[in-house]
Design a protein around this ligand. Structure first.
Ligand code: BEZ
Ligand code: FE
Length: 293
C-alpha cells in the first residue's frame, strides 16, 4: 500500500479494516470513512480548517467531565441526538412521542409519594402536575416508574450548581410510581426557558453560526413499566417564545401543553397559597415492548 493519493485513499482505509471480525463495526466504520472523505472533498477542506476542527474537538474534550458533557451538547445542537432519537423511537399514532434525553438526568433521584413536593428548595413559582400513564389500548398502567427533572427559575438544573455544596443535590427532580389507576401527581416549580451551557466551544460555535442557545420551558420525564418501551420525553409549555427555535431541535407539537395560571388561593394539595400557582395535566401513552406484542 504505497503512493496513496486523493483518489485511492478512501478505498485504502476501507481495505485496511478487512481483518475486522465485527460486522456491525465494519459497516459503521466503512460508512463513516466514506462520508468523512466525501465531506472533505465536497468542501475542499483546507489544512487551516482541518487544524481549526482539531482544536475545536480538543476543547470539547477538555471541558467535558462527569458533570459537563460537551460532546452531548455538540450532538444535540447539530441535530444528531434528535435524528438518533427519532429513528429509534417510531411509535404507533396515539403513543406519546419521545424526544432528546439531554445531559441533566441523574441516576437514583429520591423517591416521592403521590402528591409530594419535589422542589426540595429549588426556586420558582409553585406548580402542580398530574396525569395518567396508559397503554395504547387505553388501560391504565400501575406501578410505572416515573422520573421527573427540571430547571429552576434561573434556568439551572441542580447539577449545574455543583461545587456549591450538597444542599443543591436532588433539587427539582424525583421518582414516583403511578397508582393502581395509572395516575400520578406531584408539586414542583414552574418550568422556565433556559439557555443550554454556552460558555464553551459549543456556545462559540452557535455564536459563529448566528444561533441562540435557548430551549423552551419544559419538564423532563422518563417512564418505565414492565412490558412497555421505555419513554424518554419532555412536556413543553405552550406560548413559549422558543418553541419554534429550540437550540436542540427537541419540540414535538404533541408534547406542548397548557400550564394554567391560578390566582392565590387553595391549591390542588389543599394548601392556601398567598402567591399565584400553576397547574399542568398531561397523560402519557406507552407503546408495548416488542416481546409483549
Ligand atoms: C435539556 O433539556 O436538559 C437539555 C437538552 C439538550 C442540551 C442541553 C440541555
Ligand atoms: Fe431540560
Amino acid at each position: 500500500m504505497r503512493n496513496i493519493n486523493e483518489d485511492t485513499i478512501t478505498q485504502a482505509v476501507i481495505a485496511a479494516m478487512s481483518g475486522c471480525t465485527d460486522g456491525r463495526l465494519t459497516s459503521i466504520m466503512t460508512s463513516l470513512v466514506q462520508h468523512l472523505h466525501s465531506f472533505a472533498r465536497e468542501v475542499k477542506l483546507t489544512e487551516a480548517e482541518w487544524e481549526q476542527a482539531i482544536r475545536f474537538l480538543t476543547e470539547v474534550g477538555h471541558i467535558t467531565d462527569d458533570k459537563r458533557q460537551e460532546f452531548i451538547l455538540l450532538s444535540d445542537t447539530l441535530g444528531l441526538s434528535t435524528l438518533v432519537t427519532a429513528q429509534n423511537n417510531a411509535k404507533p399514532p396515539g403513543c406519546t412521542e419521545a424526544t432528546v434525553f439531554g445531559p441533566f438526568f441523574v441516576e437514583g433521584a429520591p423517591w416521592f409519594e403521590y402528591g409530594q413536593d419535589i422542589a426540595n428548595g429549588a426556586r420558582g413559582e409553585p406548580c402542580f402536575v398530574r396525569g395518567q400513564v396508559r397503554g395504547i389500548d387505553g388501560r391504565p398502567i400501575s406501578a410505572a416508574v416515573i422520573d421527573v427533572w427540571q430547571s429552576d427559575d434561573a434556568g439551572h438544573y441542580d447539577v449545574q450548581y455543583a461545587g456549591s455544596g450538597a444542599e443543591f443535590e436532588h433539587r427539582a427532580r424525583g421518582r414516583f410510581r403511578s397508582g393502581a389507576d395509572g395516575h400520578f401527581r406531584f408539586r414542583s416549580i414552574l418550568a422556565q426557558p433556559y439557555p443550554i451551557p454556552h460558555d464553551g466551544p459549543v456556545g462559540r460555535m452557535l455564536d459563529a453560526l448566528g444561533r441562540h442557545p435557548w430551549r423552551p420551558a419544559h419538564l423532563h420525564f422518563m417512564i418505565e413499566a414492565p412490558g412497555y418501551e421505555k419513554l424518554i420525553t419532555h412536556v413543553f409549555r405552550d406560548g413559549d417564545q422558543y418553541l419554534d427555535s429550540d437550540a436542540v431541535f427537541g419540540v414535538r407539537s404533541t408534547l406542548i401543553a397548557d400550564w394554567k395560571r391560578h390566582d392565590p388561593g387553595v391549591a390542588p394539595d389543599g394548601h392556601d397559597l398567598a402567591v399565584p400557582y400553576y397547574t399542568l395535566e398531561f397523560d402519557f401513552v406507552l407503546n408495548p415492548s416488542r416481546e409483549k406484542q
